[in-house]
Design a protein around this ligand. Structure first.
Ligand code: C2E
Ligand code: MG
Ligand code: MG
Length: 652
């Protein structure tokens, strides 16, 4: 920027030079003396001096004039707007073309302006404008100028107070920075947009996980400083994957947006709702007064999500499982609070979903137990602590062994035999069940091959499979490879799946592809049994469409069959359905003769239970299968003795 004082000084230097004044004074003095003393020489000198003075003065003015013209040209061509204002009446006394042009005035119009018309200061008084402009003498001052058309222009300003022709003036130099400001603003906007994108979820507009990571520690610090409680609520939608899979992602997205809106509407402005990703949300409730208040708040969220959500004219039924941890009670830092609310959320899932669970120390112990169990189970696979036992299926009429069920066993070096009910659920949660399932399949076919080599007559063996094994989609190829490896035919293998694994649509895979997986297995020639039948909540209509080979009546119905008429009704209904659909039916958990008798009378011809045999190791099984081969004749009336013998072997 041109220095204002310098530029203005150039314009105001009209006073004569001291030298020229001195010469003139000398000349005049000489003339006076010469006139009084009549000394000719002196007169001559004076005349000469006068001539020289006049000449010097003339040259000075000529020089000044050309200097002025140059400087004026420079100022007029300057790309900064320059204007001079009278310090008293604040009228513009001079301006350059850039100044007038930028503001949209002609030179004549610009020279009519008064200072307050030039600057945009809203309702501020002229005094306050002048006070503000005074700052421009010490530093570059950012201001806005008013254009003729009313637009505002961002400028930077310098000012100097000068003397011009004996009056005080302010010389202003202004630089148009509107383009730069716009670019700066764009940069700031971009930065803010990126920041927002990084900290907010695009779909719901809610803050995201990154936001939570920076926000929660601060919220904990301030809760700790004020001695207040903080609630960390972990929310996971129930069966969202199913909606996504069956209705499509677009519907899933709309559902999530509505869920976000509803959750937000349940909490105060000071509370923060975060979308962690997928169907997981975290809500941080601040200034919580009591445990009841937070439990109440969380229940309100559960209730609001229970109302059907309409998406594209479809009413979608949703629910959420919620876990809550409290600061300071359940954790002093972010990681503990999040971990504990997550644990509580899983507890809510375990308790049948659609409910709220507050974190508790017991829960934590359970979690720790689960984690320890998972680690021990991994070791069990590695250290070959697992084995497979077999329990016979018996024909209740002929009392012959018609099949076996393969049941996994874990011999823990310290804890002894760990029942599958204790570790299969952990294996299912962690995905380890796929490795376990492959082990059982492998071991079973290996044992069968060994039995055959030993001369035993093979019967079909039923192997339990978990939903995760079905979902992986590799079950079919694993089985065909194993069958080939051990030279066994598919009709010797049956797979047991629970109703949930086959029919429960909420289990990850879509209904159709699960149907495909099962159909492919059946195509191989493998039989499919529905295990624990009657304990699930599947629609019976599935049985019509999805062909299965066997229903296994759950042992909970068989247990009290003799005394409980409802169990009797249920069991006879299942047998009737199976018969109607031409599906084999077998009763699990037969422990007494009376149960066996009732079942036989109801038309159930197959049974499994401690009455006949407990699950037994492969070697014992070989003995029984071999004796079966040894006595292939139809079972005589005194067959009961054989069954009991079988029973005895198994219990030894
Ligand atoms: P399940 O498939 O329904 O197996 C039958 C269970 O009932 C077995 O328990 C068996 O020992 C027990 N049982 C048989 N007869 C009687 C009886 O007369 N009375 C009583 N009270 N119980 C009887 P187990 O071996 O402890 O297995 C429990 C569950 O663990 C199995 O139930 C099955 O769901 C699961 N499981 C076992 N092995 C495997 C496996 O290899 N893979 C998978 N995914 N799950 C398995
Ligand atoms: Mg089973
Ligand atoms: Mg069962």
């Amino acid at each position: 920027m041109i220095d204002a004082s310098h530029a203005a000084q150039l314009l105001t230097r009209y006073s004569m030079s001291r030298a020229a004044y001195a010469l003139l004074c000398l000349a005049v003095a000489g003339l006076l003396i010469s006139s009084k003393g009549s000394v000719e020489i002196l007169a001559g000198v004076a005349a000469m001096l006068l001539a020289i003075g006049v000449l010097a003065l003339q040259r000075f003015f000529q020089h000044r004039l050309s200097e002025h013209t140059h400087y004026k040209a420079i100022i007029d061509q300057a790309t900064d707007g320059i204007f001079i204002v009278d310090a008293i009446d604040l009228k513009v006394v001079y301006c350059n073309g850039t100044f007038a042009e930028r503001l949209g005035y002609t030179m004549t119009e610009a020279l009519q302006l008064k200072l307050p018309q030039i600057f945009a200061v809203g309702d501020a008084s002229t005094e306050s404008l002048l006070a503000r402009l005074a700052d421009a003498e010490a530093r570059i001052l950012p201001m806005q100028q008013c254009c003729k058309n009313g637009n505002l222009m961002d400028i930077e300003l310098r000012r100097n107070l000068l003397e011009m022709n004996g009056r005080s003036v302010y010389a202003y130099i202004t630089r148009d920075v509107s383009v730069r400001r716009k670019a700066e603003q764009q940069l700031i906007d971009n930065q803010q947009r990126l920041d927002r994108m990084a900290h907010h979820d695009q779909l719901t507009g809610l803050p995201n996980r990154h936001y939570l990571m920076s926000f929660l520690p601060d919220a904990i610090t301030s809760a700790s400083a004020t001695g207040t409680m903080l609630g960390v609520v972990f929310l996971d939608l129930d069966r969202f994957k199913h909606i996504n899979d069956t209705r499509g992602h677009e519907t899933g997205d709309k559902l999530l947006q509505e869920v976000a809106r509803r959750v937000r509407s349940c909490v105060r402005d000071t509370d923060v709702v975060i979308r962690m990703g997928g169907d997981e949300f975290v809500i941080v409730l601040r200034n919580v007064k009591s445990h009841e208040e937070i439990a109440h708040g969380a229940s309100r969220i559960v209730a609001t999500l229970n109302e059907p959500i309409i998406v594209d004219n479809h009413a979608l039924q949703t629910s959420a499982s919620i876990g809550v941890s409290l600061f300071p009670r359940d954790g002093a830092n972010m990681m503990d609070l999040l971990k504990h609310s997550d644990t509580a959320m899983y507890q809510a899932k375990d308790r049948g979903r659609n409910n709220v669970q507050m974190f508790s120390a017991v829960m934590n112990r359970k979690l720790e137990h689960r984690v320890a169990m998972e680690a021990a189970l991994r070791d069990a696979i590695r250290l070959r602590q697992l084995d497979v036992h077999y329990q016979p299926f018996v024909n209740l009429l002929s009392r012959k062994i018609v099949g076996l069920e393969a049941l996994i066993r874990w011999h823990h070096p310290v804890d002894g035999m760990i029942p599958p009910d204790r570790f299969i659920p952990v294996a299912e949660e962690t995905g380890l069940v796929v490795a376990l399932g492959n082990y059982v399949l492998h071991r079973t076919l290996q044992n069968m091959a060994a039995w055959r080599r030993a001369g035993a007559a093979l019967v079909p063996v039923s192997v339990n499979v978990s939903p995760a094994q079905l979902q992986r989609g590799e079950l079919r190829s694993t089985i065909s490879t194993l069958l080939k490896t051990y030279g066994l035919t598919p009709d010797l293998l049956q797979l047991e799946m629970t109703e949930g694994a086959v029919f429960d649509a909420s289990i990850a895979q879509t209904g159709e592809s699960r149907q495909d997986s099962i159909a492919q297995l059946r195509d191989l020639g493998i039989k499919i049994a529905i295990d624990d039948f009657g304990t699930g909540y599947s629609s019976l209509s599935y049985l019509k469409h999805w062909r299965v080979d066997m229903l296994k009546i759950d042992k909970s119905f068989v247990r009290d069959l003799v005394t409980d008429s409802s169990d009797l009704a249920i069991v006879s209904a299942i047998i009737a359905i199976a018969r109607h659909l031409k599906i084999q039916v077998i009763a699990e958990g037969i422990e007494g003769y009376q149960q066996a008798e009732i079942l036989r009378n109801l038309g159930c011809n197959l049974g499994q239970g401690f009455l006949f045999a407990k699950p037994m190791p492969a070697e014992e099984c070989l003995a029984i299968l071999s004796s079966k081969t040894a006595d292939p004749e139809p079972v005589a009336d005194d067959e009961d003795v054989d069954m009991l013998a079988l029973h005895r072997i198994a219990n030894e």
